[in-house]
Design a protein around this ligand. Structure first.
Ligand code: SF4
Length: 692
């Protein structure tokens, strides 16, 4: 029987940063079909998450009523919006009065819209007076952001997904693309079938490794040596792009000093990849007309993640593979609006548009726009904020928007202990999550399908989302909640100008963003977005947006890219003794991050319980059988899972997805951080296996 939809609503998939465009078919206020739109970036394709993962919208765990806990130990009780917002504002203001604005911390959301991220950082900076705001990029691409910003002056993808078909060499590393960005994975496979030479550098036999012309199975954590050795070999053999290096880069000598010892033989010893294969990869990459690099968390989530990303940047600069179609440096963003959350300044060291928070001139500009004095020193990162809880001068109050630190932060037992010490925890979310029981205030939020706004996908494309139906119960859009709190806080803290929080809707917020950032977004308004998505930078209303960055200059003060030393350091915790194996965590095709969304949809039936990948030799050594329960034990705790005995994972390495709250992989991970980006080392922890 053919169902006649009441409405078909064009919008954007809420899962990953590819930002697939979809039509939602609605009947009786329920979505009964999701179809891909025949336009970029997905051109009619969708993965299982986009197609079958929207059941969470109607799940009984949706939050529908504001709740407050009047004192520690009391129950959460339902209240009106006015009472919840007054209560939250009073408690935030009380902490700021007693301990200063830096005793508060604001966690924005890569699942919320651009407008909502803008308001969250405005709340911290204008209404409270602190740069203590961050979002989940701290846990995923902060290493890429740190390295790209200092080297190139911009942390965004340099090229676009449409150019995948223009590359004659594609290097993918630290990205299980066919599972984590499936539509991009399919594009890369298609390009490889059509003649592009595909190089995959990854310890696991992932889907793209099967499709690769050259698979470099490097040891976990040895990335900086591999890419340093490739670049060094290109210079030593004269195969580098001398003209590009001389004309468009600076810092060659210091960089060369850092890779002087990284011969192909040295790299073979550290990475386990034969020297001849490293040489072939370097020659293929540098010899291409246009070679693109794609990477994700396998590069970034290390205690040396910034050096890993820097090594990739150095390789691209030495080979001159930037500033032209089909080439470039392309970090694949995880969440659907993680690019936008960074663009909107939900970071402790930059305002919207990546303007430095410590720069006095920048502070003056934002003071003029917001009519409010600005804090002078950059804020804490999210990882530093959680570490500080309970310490003198530490964070006492946290406002979470769409974030679940119990499942997403490393060393879960530490996070639980920290949350118990907080004086105030505000949880603003669409669903009950693992952090919910610790909340003092619960603010029920609208989902992507219940509000207006914009998301920015991984290749800088700003796209409209549209409401399909009303939010359940009393849930409200994040922009409305944050603006209501902003007005109340501005009045209470005396950080004046309560009128600055009176927005008629998200379009009014977007107009303020355009006014503040004309070179990025001046040409992008809601009317144009109604007709087509637009990529930033888009400085005026006739601009089509820019696809390829850095064609004539880099966004550094000198206009040149900086080659910077990228030195290999071993991981923070080495396997040995009682913990002889390496644990690496990540994602699977059917689930999404902490599982809050995907495990409340039909995807749960397809993949209901956690499986850990164990190499056959390790299975035999430790008495583990395929399909049987196994304990995975680290110095921080233990979890039980089902063993999947497979040579997908290399000998000595256990791979565990982190989607399962009842079997939390982050109980095992350690709180060692990259010194520059403060990203945790999710990809390397020492563990052992025990039959359960
Ligand atoms: Fe959604 Fe990403 Fe899948 Fe596209 S590739 S349907 S954006 S999860």
């Amino acid at each position: 029987l053919r169902v006649q939809p009441d409405r078909v609503v064009p919008t954007v998939c809420p899962y990953c940063g590819v930002g697939c465009r979809v039509d939602l078919y609605v009947k009786d206020a329920r979505i009964y079909r999701v179809m891909a739109r025949e336009e970029p970036p997905n051109h009619g394709a969708l993965c299982v998450k986009g197609r079958f993962g929207l059941g969470f919208l109607h799940h009984p765990d949706r939050l529908k009523t504001p709740l407050i806990r009047r004192r520690k130990g009391a129950e959460l009780e339902p209240v009106s919006w006015d009472e919840a917002l007054d209560f939250a504002a009073a408690r935030l203001a009380r902490i700021a009065d007693a301990s200063g604005p830096d005793a508060l911390f604001f966690v924005s959301s890569a699942k919320a819209s651009n407008e909502e991220n803008y308001l969250m950082q405005k709340l911290a900076r204008a209404a409270v007076g602190t740069h203590n705001v961050d979002h989940c990029a701290r846990l995923c691409h902060s290493s890429s952001t740190a390295a790209l910003s200092r080297s190139l002056g911009s942390a965004a993808m340099s090229n676009t997904l449409e150019e995948i078909g223009l590359s004659d060499v594609i290097l993918v590393t630290g990205s299980n693309t066919t599972e984590t960005h499936p539509v991009v994975g399919a594009m890369i496979k298609k390009a490889a079938r059509n003649g592009a030479f595909l190089i995959v550098a990854d310890p696991r036999r992932i889907g793209l490794a099967e499709a690769a012309h050259l698979w470099l199975r490097l040891r976990p954590g040895s990335d900086a040596v591999l890419f340093g050795a490739m670049a060094r070999y290109l210079v030593e053999s004269g195969r580098f792009d001398r003209a590009f290096v001389e004309r468009r880069t600076e810092g060659f000598d210091a960089w060369w000093e850092s890779v002087r010892d990284y011969t192909l033989e040295f790299a073979e010893g550290v990475t386990g990849v034969p020297a001849a294969r490293i040489r072939e990869a370097a020659e293929r990459y540098a010899g291409a007309r246009a070679a693109a690099i794609y990477w994700a968390m396998g590069i970034t989530q290390h205690s040396h993640g910034t050096d890993n990303a820097q090594a990739l940047i150095n390789l691209a600069l030495i080979a001159g593979q930037l500033g032209k179609p089909g080439a470039g440096l392309n970090p694949l963003r995880g969440q659907n609006n993680v690019q936008g959350a960074g663009d909107m300044g939900a970071l402790p060291n930059v305002y919207p548009g990546y303007q430095p928070a410590a720069d006095r001139q920048v502070q003056k500009r934002w003071k003029a726009l917001w009519h409010t004095p600005q804090p002078e020193t950059p804020g804490r990162t999210m990882t530093e904020a959680f570490e500080s809880i309970g310490a003198k001068d530490g964070v006492r109050g946290v406002y979470l928007m769409g974030e679940d630190p119990i499942t997403s932060e490393p060393y879960q037992d530490h996070v639980r202990a920290a949350l118990e010490k907080l004086d105030l925890l505000i949880v603003q979310d669409i669903l009950k999550n693992e952090t919910f029981p610790y909340a003092d205030v619960v603010l029920p939020a609208a989902s992507f399908a219940e509000k207006q706004g914009t998301f920015t996908n991984t290749d800088r494309r700003v796209q409209r989302i549209r409401p399909v139906f009303e939010p359940p119960g009393e849930a409200r859009p994040d922009w409305w909640i944050t603006a209501q709190l902003g007005r109340r806080l501005a009045a209470r803290t005396g950080r004046g100008w309560t009128e600055g929080w009176n927005y008629a809707g998200p379009e009014a917020v977007w107009e303020e963003i355009r006014l503040a950032l004309p070179r990025m977004f001046g040409g992008i308004d809601y009317a144009r977005l109604e007709r087509e998505p637009l990529r930033w930078p888009c400085p005026h209303e006739r601009s089509p947006g820019v696809s390829v960055l850095f064609t004539d200059r880099f966004y550094t003060p000198s206009g040149k890219a900086r080659l910077l030393p990228a030195v290999w350091r071993p991981p923070a915790e080495r396997p040995g003794g009682d913990y002889p194996l390496v644990l690496s965590t990540g994602r699977v095709l059917y689930h999404w991050h902490g599982g809050t969304l995907s495990r409340r949809s039909d995807l749960e039936r397809a993949y209901p319980k956690m499986k850990v990948e164990v190499h056959p030799a390790d299975a035999e050594r430790y008495g583990i059988s395929d399909g049987e329960p196994v304990w995975v034990v680290s110095r921080r705790g233990r979890i039980q899972a089902t063993a999947w005995v497979t040579d997908r994972t290399p000998e000595g390495v256990v791979f565990a997805p982190f989607h399962f709250a009842e079997q939390p992989a982050n109980r095992l991970t350690l709180d060692a951080y990259d010194p520059t980006s403060k990203i945790p080392e999710y990809k390397f922890a020492a563990v052992r296996l025990e039959p359960a």
